[in-house]
Design a protein around this ligand. Structure first.
Ligand code: GLU
Length: 283
């Protein structure tokens, strides 16, 4: 068994991250498996090096010892480019020149599980127009969802302890796999890295369960193994809302500064005991 905790270094870790990391670490230790840390740092505009350092310090404070050095997504850009090349050569992705404003302005843009569903303007461009614009315009690469889903057929994954789930990637529409300003989307990078790291159990918050529809499809298209998934409850603050990076009081740094004992907090979280005022919202 191999589990992972994969923070994005775009802010301080809070109790919700600690809960996720503790569950992944605890599951690995209980099964005599391995626990790894991955830094999801390919969003160059939002990732900050000091958050990498701070996140690793928080994990050490909690007493969560990773097996091996942390891996970084920014070291795997070639892996993402190769997968995109493969999908391109099979006609499963197309370049998209639309701006956010173009998409927002489209009356036909309904909402899906990961934001607005792309109305598809660039899906229908001719080969000649694509080539002409590719040479001069910034572009993203989108998955041709209808073709991809038809190719993959029915897809399932095991939600640990809760049986099999049917993936519904089509509900997401033509998702972005590489952005104008980032070499791979979260979906592509995370799916490829989980496979390359040999992750057998993906343990993450229930806010990401819809993403698993897409990850399962990418696994099928790229011939990758499917891990078992556990989407856990979300830690909510005293206001009953799920924690966000802006909730400074729940940040691990402020708990540490307040004299909280890290390993004792980790043991409590593993037993689903939360500090006063916090609760778990089980989906
Ligand atoms: N870096 C992602 C996040 O922090 C990881 C999500 C995942 O565990 O797949 O949301």
């Amino acid at each position: 068994m191999l589990t992972r905790f994969a923070p994005s270094p775009t802010g301080e870790l809070h109790l919700g991250h600690a809960y996720s990391a503790v569950l992944a670490h605890g599951a690995a230790r209980a099964a005599n498996g391995r626990f790894r840390v991955r830094i999801d740092d390919i969003d160059g505009s939002r990732s900050r090096e000091h958050y990498v350092t701070a996140s690793l310090a928080d994990l050490a404070w909690l007493g969560l010892d990773p097996d091996g050095d942390p891996v970084r997504q920014s070291a795997h850009l070639g892996r993402y480019a190769a997968a995109l090349d493969e999908l391109r050569s099979r006609g499963l992705v197309y370049p998209c020149f639309c701006t956010r404003a173009d998409i927002a302005a489209s009356l036909a843009a309904p909402h899906g599980p990961s934001g607005s569903i792309y109305p598809g303007a660039c899906r229908h461009l001719s080969g000649a127009e694509r080539d002409r614009r590719l040479a001069v315009e910034p572009h993203a690469w989108r998955l041709d969802m209808a073709r991809a889903a038809a190719l993959a057929g029915e897809l399932r994954w095991e939600e640990q302890g809760r049986g099999m789930r049917v993936a519904d990637p089509s509900a997401h529409g033509d998702i972005v796999l590489a952005r104008k300003d980032a070499p791979a989307s979260y979906h592509l990078a995370s799916t490829l890295d989980d496979a390359a790291m040999g992750v057998t159990h993906v343990i993450r918050g229930a806010d990401l369960i819809a993403s698993t529809d897409v990850h399962r499809l990418l696994q099928a298209l790229l011939g990758l193994p499917t891990p078992v998934y556990r989407h856990h409850g979300l830690v909510c603050g005293p206001d009953g809302k799920r924690l966000a990076k802006r909730d400074a009081a729940a940040s691990l740094a402020s708990l540490r500064d307040a004299g909280v004992d890290g390993p004792a907090l980790a043991a409590d979280l593993l037993a689903q005991r939360l500090p006063a005022g916090y609760s778990l919202k089980i989906p």
